[in-house]
Design a binder for this molecule. Structure first.
Ligand SMILES: [Zn+2]
Length: 257
């Protein structure tokens, strides 16, 4: 997760287990458009299709919690009208589909699934480097079911809900920005997976285009700090917070309410 950063440095920020692994969450974001009643979901986690071996390799200890979490908020799968994947890696798109009676079906049967066209192209034709992160079953059945909404660049999906392509982690990664005209929320995606990656040079070895990640971080972290955006990370435990700049260093302060 920390690429070229030496372990003695990153270990001070987050503890590793005996296998050098760090604990990470897979966060999803629920957005309700109160005017139209439409419900959007950003990311679907790793889902329920992983084999025992895959779960062991990735250290995925807990069963999927997304549908139960939605239910506690009064949201049924058929209530979701938009599913946004920041990119199609299995830990973000795994819950897009599930097995029902031996068939792969869309978990959110009435939703359009929104991702960048470039991400779709790259996930559909993975190479030796990217193959381990993309699982065909997470997105191919959606095309067959006519549920794909491929977008290019920056698009407003609902009033105040925008996606924007930010190349770096993958070529077709997108961030999500939500605004009600007063406050703005940025859901970062994996070019900034958690607060530990705020230092500009701290980038993951999983990033396919590291210098693009650096450029994106320079731009978006500065804007988030200057404009006081609420920030939600894809893989952190504090769910929401704000980024501040003091003495040339970015810091993160959790916001719980
Ligand atoms: Zn991820």
């Amino acid at each position: 997760m920390f690429g070229i950063v030496p372990k003695p440095l990153w270990e001070r920020q987050i503890a590793a287990d005996a296998l050098n692994r760090v604990a990470m969450d897979m966060n999803c974001l629920l957005i309700r458009d109160t005017a139209s009643g439409r419900v959007a979901l950003v990311e679907t986690g790793a889902g329920s299709k992983l084999t025992e071996k895959q779960k062991r390799n990735f250290g995925i200890d807990d069963p999927p919690a997304l549908l139960a979490q939605l239910a506690t908020r009064g949201v049924r799968p058929e209530d979701v009208s938009l599913v946004v994947n920041t990119h199609l890696h299995f830990d973000h798109a795994g819950g897009n589909t599930h097995l029902a009676g031996g068939a792969l079906v869309a978990t959110f049967p009435r939703a359009s699934y929104v991702f960048q066209r470039t991400e779709w192209q790259d996930a559909s034709a993975p190479n030796e480097r990217t193959r381990g992160s993309y699982l065909h079953d997470d997105y191919a059945p959606l095309e067959a079911a006519g549920r794909l909404e491929l977008v290019d660049g920056e698009v407003e999906l609902l009033p105040g809900l925008r996606v924007e392509r930010v190349q770096g982690h993958t070529r077709g990664t997108q961030v999500v920005r939500v605004t009600d005209g007063r406050a703005t929320l940025l859901f970062t995606s994996d070019f900034l997976p958690d607060r530990h990656h705020l230092p500009l040079a701290w980038a993951s070895a999983l990033d396919l285009y590291p210098l693009d990640v650096l450029a994106a971080k320079k731009l978006l972290i500065a804007r988030a700090a200057e404009e006081g955006w609420l920030v939600a990370f894809t893989h952190d435990r504090p769910r929401f917070g704000r980024i501040t700049l003091a003495d040339g260093r970015y810091a993160f302060a959790e916001v719980t309410e």
